[in-house]
Write a protein that binds this ligand. Structure first.
Ligand code: IMP
Length: 423
């Protein structure tokens, strides 16, 4: 029997590319959908059968009733938030217990991890990362420090292990003079969440996934965040704390690199970033406001305003390189329907010199160099075939393809499932 393959579906710039919609379109092609990194810092908005859901930790394949969904070892999970997310889906009629399998190796986010997240951010002052406040960094720190609690720990002597790690966190908070917090209610809910989690299929998901592959089944690895938020390759220290790039698929699920077939890179027809950190193409003018308003660019988890700008080919090419992207998917093209002109950053100018590489550090003297295109000035939703798109829009898409050397295979022109043009 032919071995199955893993395809990765990744937001490849700053996250929030609209992966939720695409996973939904992709899911029918796969047997398994798996998350490999991150946790409830992610927020995938999915509109399914007229109902809107925001998924944080649960893979988007949960809506297709015959698929197995996996939360892999590379993820971190907050039992209380997981419970809320899962119960909402159960109330809407989705059966999770059978179809959602969770790695025993995934790490647990404790209430005190969230307090630590706030404490570390407060200590950083102006240099704060602008985290989602979900305890992501402190949880991955404990994982690397080899003191973290894993999902598998809830099955044996859990109270003892929990008390020890909590005490350790409390000591750190005391040392930081960060004592004005009360987790009583939060902890109660969190412990309820732990109990609830016990009712799920907690397993060695790496063995399970490899068994599926051997049986010829295909796996969709669903990314979260983006390349520029990757702990190694992002705009450090303004990053998240996991490997959000395609390398993370191997470590976060326990599959070999030769099992990966396609790497789908999702980007938006413009750019956004939420939180602090370098964003060379950021627009502070009316155009930026229009992108935010028309594109509804507000954080799915925190509700914060997203920073908006033009497409940044320097960042996009870097992301394509790091991930080994084989096909591009362009989202939210319709947001710029009314624009007279559209710009794309093709290079950066630093100290009078031009570069097409993303630098180690982005200083104040870095300026993007733009190329301008005429807008298409019509509603892209009216078209169902690529051939019929206006010449201006096709010129924009084909310029991106030429520059990146990667085909743009799917173009999304609206939030509905049908508003997706596959070439
Ligand atoms: P953390 O992951 O909560 O530690 O946040 C670190 C940085 O990553 C912050 O700038 C967040 O705004 C950003 N971030 C985390 N998750 C997401 C996401 O799903 N989309 C976009 N940005 C995110």
């Amino acid at each position: 029997m032919k071995k199955g393959k893993v395809d990765a579906l990744l937001g490849i710039v700053f996250g929030d590319e609209g992966k939720g919609k695409v996973v939904d379109v992709f899911t029918p092609e796969y047997d398994v959908v798996a998350r490999f990194a991150g946790g409830p810092n992610a927020g995938h908005t999915i509109i399914f059968e007229g109902q809107k859901f925001v998924l944080r930790s649960i893979p988007s394949g949960i809506f297709a009733k015959d698929k197995v969904n996996i939360i892999g070892n590379g993820c971190v999970i907050a039992p209380d938030l997981f419970m809320a997310e899962a119960k909402e889906l159960e109330a809407a009629g989705y059966d999770l217990k059978e179809r959602l399998h969770i790695s025993k190796r995934a790490h647990l986010i404790l209430p005190t991890h969230r307090v630590l997240d706030r404490a570390y951010e407060a200590a950083k002052g102006k240099a704060k990362v602008g985290t989602t406040g979900k305890g992501i960094g402190p949880t991955y720190s404990d994982k690397a420090a080899r003191i973290g609690l894993r999902v598998g720990d809830i099955l044996d002597r859990f109270e003892e292990k929990y008390a020890a790690l909590k005490a350790r966190h409390e000591q750190i908070l005391k040392d930081l003079h960060y004592t004005d917090y009360d987790i009583t209610d939060e902890e109660k809910l969190w412990l309820e969440g732990v109990e609830y989690l016990r009712g799920f299929h907690l397993t060695d998901t790496e063995i399970e996934i490899n068994r599926y592959l051997k049986e010829g089944k295909n796996v969709l690895a669903e990314g979260a965040q983006g390349t520029m938020l990757d702990i190694d390759h992002g705009t450090y220290p303004f990053v998240s704390s996991s490997n959000t790039t395609s390398g993370g698929v191997c470590t976060g699920l326990g599959v070999g690199p030769t099992d990966i077939r396609e790497v789908f890179g999702i980007f938006k027809a413009y750019s956004t970033r939420v939180g602090s950190g370098p964003f060379p193409v950021e627009l502070f003018d009316e155009t930026g406001d229009t992108l935010r308003e028309v594109g509804h660019e507000y954080g799915a988890v925190t509700g914060r305003n997203r920073r908006c700008g033009w497409v940044d080919l320097v960042a996009l090419k870097y992301a394509i390189m790091i991930n080994g992207v084989t096909q591009l998917i362009m989202m939210k093209s319709d947001v710029m329907n009314d624009f007279e002109t559209i710009r794309v950053a093709t290079e950066y100018e630093v100290g009078g010199k031009r570069t097409s590489y993303f630098p180690y550090e982005v200083g104040d003297d870095l300026k993007p160099v733009y190329r301008e295109f005429p807008g298409w000035k019509c509603d892209l939703r009216a078209f169902t075939r690529y051939e019929d798109f206006p010449a201006e829009f096709k010129a924009y898409v084909e310029f991106i393809e030429r520059e990146t050397g990667v085909p743009v295979k799917i173009i999304s022109v609206g939030p509905d499932r049908g508003e997706t043009i596959v070439r």
